[in-house]
Design a protein around this ligand. Structure first.
Ligand SMILES: [Zn+2]
Length: 261
């Protein structure tokens, strides 16, 4: 979860002067932040903002396969073609692998990259009513798709989308306008994210044992923990996204399709 990554990067880099900045993306290959201090690292939805002395922000996004590794700064960064960015101080080395976005911008221009986001589920400024208002703006849209749209609410991924809809008994294909009160839906999403934000694993069932973590996510072909019906999976024809990210999981019995009008 990006919230946790931001906190780890903030702990390793925050308040210390960079002794190495190595941007391995063509556009910023010559950018050098050495000698500047990192002010803080924060998340906005799934975006990561590393604010650096001199009103500069390093904006990254994990997208599909991205990850960060933090290790003591005793060795040169590994030779690995998957590395996109290395930020290092006297104590720590933070290595960003396969990041989907790496860019440097003026801190004052952050709104350009995160201004479109809906209320942040893990933000101090979380606003459930505003998230509901944004979801409701497209009443015909399938709720599974609408919940993933970061312009409606920021921070929900495929796992939480699938789990929240199961727990609320809503089919992912149900149009937003027929899904009833959405406040409990977004509040549940926030509670699940809050409960998991400190941990590497993500558990929605309350049971962290291997294979027991989720109700429906990743469980296609297995039996529903509540009713025994076989869990279904389906790829969404989501706009411009890799299909795997949009695979949705649901129990056809616990999450019935809306009936005919
Ligand atoms: Zn079921």
């Amino acid at each position: 979860m990006v919230w946790r990554v931001a906190r780890q990067l903030d702990g390793a880099l925050g308040g210390l002067e960079l002794t190495r900045s190595d941007f391995r993306v063509p556009r910023f290959a010559t950018t050098n932040l050495t000698g500047r201090s990192v002010l803080e690292a924060v998340s906005r939805g799934k975006h990561l903002l590393i604010r650096v002395d001199g009103a500069v922000t390093v904006h990254t996004h994990l997208r599909m396969d991205g990850s960060w590794r933090i290790r003591p700064a005793q060795h040169p960064p590994p030779r690995d073609h998957r590395i996109r960015l290395v930020l290092e101080n006297a104590e720590w080395q933070a290595i960003g692998y396969q990041l989907g976005i790496v860019e440097v911008l003026p801190t004052a221009a952050e709104q350009r990259v995160v201004g479109h986001l809906g209320p942040d589920l893990l933000g101090d400024d979380w606003d459930a009513a505003e998230a509901v208002r944004r979801l409701r703006a497209t009443p015909g849209r399938p709720i599974g798709e609408a919940l993933l749209d970061q312009a409606n609410l920021a921070g929900i991924g495929n796992l939480y989308k699938s789990e929240v809809l199961f727990l609320r008994g809503l089919s992912p294909s149900r149009p937003v306008g027929t899904a009833g009160d959405l406040k409990p839906v977004v509040e549940l999403a926030r509670r699940l994210l809050e409960a998991n934000k400190e941990h590497a694993g993500q558990v929605t069932t309350g049971n962290p044992a291997r294979g027991q973590e989720t109700w429906v996510y990743g469980r296609a072909g297995r039996r529903c923990r509540r009713c025994g019906t076989v869990i279904k999976a389906d790829g969404y024809a989501g706009r411009g996204t890799a299909s795997q990210e949009r695979v949705t999981f649901w129990c056809p019995a616990c999450q019935p399709e809306p009936g005919p009008p």
